[in-house]
Design a protein around this ligand. Structure first.
Ligand code: SF4
Length: 433
């Protein structure tokens, strides 16, 4: 049985207990939300990995996507990226490899990390079809299911599967005269090309029950992928994006009823004034299935800084109710990320998730402690509370002023130093609040 099926029988599984303990929530609340499909726990029964809960009432989680491309397929670098992502605090990893020996990279990544690992099985299927049959559009539909099952058996914890692309959504894309930014999902584009070439329905939509049955055997979380996410601000929240969201929300409900843990993926590129609407729609239409947002990127004009454009979007989306965010690195739109980009991306996304949770849950204790540590110039405590203590320590040490309590920002004009020793009695009052 899957986590959702067990929770429905009233069982509080070991994983539910772990999530509850980690989040400081009552296990019965977690069990009830797992049973309702409002929380998912990606814990493939064939692989032991860190137990992470995603969904209602839980800390916003951060995914780091890594993986080879057809131009750069360096397994050692992918392993290093996995380790960097884990070290800097990612909650999950996605191996999105499309180049080199995809299966070997995935296995190496899973061996190198204790994090739950997600994939997009379409990538391996289309890549295998190119190798074996000379073109992605020649892929036999059966291959999709075989590869999905193989990846499940290896221990993949969650899978982005593009079930929401169907002939109606493709027709809608045509009727709205395509898009400024075209299609930006690799799997989505290949699937549309396959459907057009073969004049057939998407097998993942047509045989959705089969997809669910495969994932259920291993208790893999089905993440309903968004092949029609907008890849340009001017395309955001268009009919085709919302049509796919509608289908995905419907499928999330069907999958859940069949006993499969499901979540729904969101865009993409969106201006900040459309983020809330996307979240309200997804939550209402899916019965509050966990929402996994890719960023979102909030402007198209900052290549080199898309970890920032997406962190702004991710902070807002987390505040409005998104449960899971995928990081974006500074190399987005420019090249395959290197390990240093992974560090930047994970840290930016973790900051965004924290900012969102401060609003979503009114959780501000850590910020309050940091404020007091700054006021008291307690550097050790400041580093301990920092999201990236290593970076904070490095900067302080490099621009240091010896044993001084202050830092070189203001030197002898340090406001904290000027007032140190004063207001001691008053502080006791404010520190208690
Ligand atoms: S020198 Fe300025 S920035 Fe540094 S601790 Fe003092 S007040 Fe803060």
């Amino acid at each position: 049985m899957t986590q959702i099926e067990r929770a429905r029988t009233g069982e509080t599984t070991e994983e539910i207990r772990e999530v509850a303990a980690e989040e400081g929530i009552d296990p019965e609340t977690v069990r009830r939300r797992v049973a309702e499909g409002r929380i998912v726990i990606p814990a493939n029964r064939n692989r032991s990995a860190r137990v992470v809960g995603i969904g209602k009432g839980l800390r916003t989680k951060v995914n780091a996507s890594i993986g080879t491309s057809t131009d750069i397929a360096d397994m050692a670098m992918e392993v290093e990226k996995a380790r960097v992502a884990e070290r800097y605090g990612a909650d999950t990893l996605m191996d999105l490899s499309v180049g080199g020996d995809i299966a070997a990279v995935r296995r190496a990544v899973m061996d190198a990390t204790g994090l739950p690992v997600g994939t997009v099985p379409l990538y391996e299927a289309f890549s295998t079809a190119i190798e074996k049959y000379g073109a992605a559009v020649e892929m036999p539909a059966e291959l999709l299911f075989e590869i999905t099952e193989r990846q499940c058996a290896e221990g993949v914890a969650f899978m982005a599967i593009h079930c929401g692309i169907n002939r109606r959504t493709v027709e809608m894309l045509r009727r709205q005269h395509y898009r400024y930014g075209g299609l930006v999902s690799k799997g989505g584009s290949y699937m549309v090309a396959w459907m057009e070439h073969n004049n057939m329905e998407n097998p993942l939509y047509e045989h959705f029950d089969r997809v669910v049955e495969i994932l259920k055997r291993y208790d893999v979380v089905l993440s309903l992928g968004n092949g029609f996410r907008a890849g340009a601000i001017h395309d955001s929240t268009d009919r085709v994006q919302i049509q796919e969201l509608l289908i995905n929300c419907e499928l999330a409900e069907t999958g859940r009823e069949m006993g499969c843990q499901t979540m729904v993926e969101g865009p993409g590129h969106i201006p900040i004034d459309e983020i809330e609407a996307n979240i309200i729609l997804q939550k209402r239409m899916s019965g509050e299935a966990p929402f996994y947002m890719l960023g979102p990127i909030t402007t198209d004009v900052a290549p080199g800084y898309d970890h920032i454009t997406s962190a702004i979007g991710a902070a807002l989306s987390s505040a409005y109710g998104t449960d899971f965010i995928c990081y974006v690195t500074p190399s987005e739109h420019l090249g395959l990320p290197y390990p240093e980009d992974v560090r930047e991306g994970v840290t930016a996304a973790r900051i965004a998730a924290h900012i969102g949770d401060m609003i979503k849950y009114k959780r501000r204790d850590r910020d309050k402690e940091m404020s007091m540590a700054r006021r008291d110039m307690d550097w050790r405590k400041q580093f301990a509370l920092a999201i990236d203590p290593e970076r904070a320590r490095e900067i302080k040490a490099k621009r240091g002023n010896g044993d001084s309590h202050t830092c070189t920002m203001c030197g002898s004009f340090c406001a904290n130093e000027i007032l140190s020793g004063m207001f001691e009695e008053d502080k006791k009052g404010s520190d208690k609040e």
